[in-house]
Design a protein around this ligand. Structure first.
Ligand code: G1P
Length: 297
């Protein structure tokens, strides 16, 4: 065991979610649902499964629905209790956080992912921490962050989730320059955020799960604006290469890019089909829809 336990996780949720306007005019993107669970619930469930005990949200104006979501709802709960709806009371349990387990800090200007994480520096302190980007929803038998925590217990250092993407898509991601490739774990010799087309060092992309050392926060103190004029988390992690280890972890699971409409729809279909209460009806419907589409062509 080379590393300290990871007990804190940062959830950057300050983004405006403009790709989902008009919905996001009045609801935070992270409250949008895959079937009946908000995006943020999937990220919280994954963090809990990985042993996270403290949840730090980096929010912005207009995100108060997120705070309410994780609060107790005494009127609703007593109504459900009166009506004997114990199954729904059970469903609500996942949304409740122990007092003191959740903290909110505001990012008052949209200056990028690195800046959002930096806003949480005083709450993180001097220990390793996880970052989960709720837009990246990962369906996996063993939740992705749990896989990473187990790998990190052996490696220490810094670790990012990684996935092969089609080369023409690499410029939408942080990309690893592969030093040594051990299969599920890769040691990075470089990392670049959103490389211009044709310049990516590999097609191994960073996906939104990170386990980072507090040195990355120190690096963020002095990081200059990078890709897109933003303070990039990738750049602060890349600073560590040569000083400590930076690993990519090829997780087992299916990642959905719920920051895009197509990805969100794909996740909705996949999660709908994986639900025992919906599977039969929904798959019969999809089957008919596909047949209709084909007939119309
Ligand atoms: C962020 C990170 C990028 C990573 C991506 C994964 O980018 O900056 O390194 O590859 O998430 O989803 P964004 O998609 O927020 O532009």
């Amino acid at each position: 065991m080379k590393s300290k336990k990871v007990l804190k996780a940062v959830f950057p949720v300050a983004g405006l979610g403009t790709r989902f306007l008009p919905a996001t005019k009045s609801i935070p993107k992270e409250i949008m649902t895959l079937v009946d669970r908000p995006l943020i619930q999937y990220a919280i469930d994954e963090a809990r499964a990985a042993g996270i005990k403290e949840f730090i949200f980096v929010t912005s104006r207009g995100k108060s629905a997120l705070e309410d979501y994780f609060d107790y709802a005494p009127e609703l709960e007593s109504e459900l209790r009166k009506k004997g709806k114990t199954d729904l009371l059970e469903v609500l349990k996942d949304t409740n956080m122990d007092s003191g387990a959740i903290a909110y800090v505001r990012q008052n200007r949209p200056m990028g992912l690195g800046h959002a994480v930096w806003c949480a520096r005083r709450l993180i302190g001097n220990e390793p921490f996880a970052v989960l980007l709720p837009d990246d929803v990962i369906a996996a038998e063993k939740p992705c962050l749990q896989q990473m925590v187990e790998a990190y217990a052996e490696t220490g250092g810094n670790m990012v989730a990684a996935m092969e993407v089609p080369p023409e898509k690499a410029s939408s991601y942080g990309v690893l320059d592969i030093g040594s490739d051990m299969g599920s774990i890769v040691e990075a010799k470089g990392m670049v955020e959103k490389p211009p087309a044709g310049t990516a060092p590999s097609n191994l992309a960073v996906i939104g799960r990170y386990i980072l050392s507090p040195q990355v926060l120190t690096n963020l103190n002095k990081i200059k604006q990078g890709a897109g004029g933003e303070i990039q988390l990738t750049d602060a992690i890349a600073e560590e290469i040569g000083k400590s280890k930076v690993y990519g972890y090829r997780f087992r699971g299916q990642r959905y890019d719920c920051g895009s409409k197509a990805g969100f729809l794909q996740a909705t279909v996949a999660f709908g089909l994986s639900r025992p209460d919906l599977r039969d009806e929904f798959s019969a419907y999809l089957h008919d829809m596909v047949a209709l589409q084909k007939a119309a062509q």
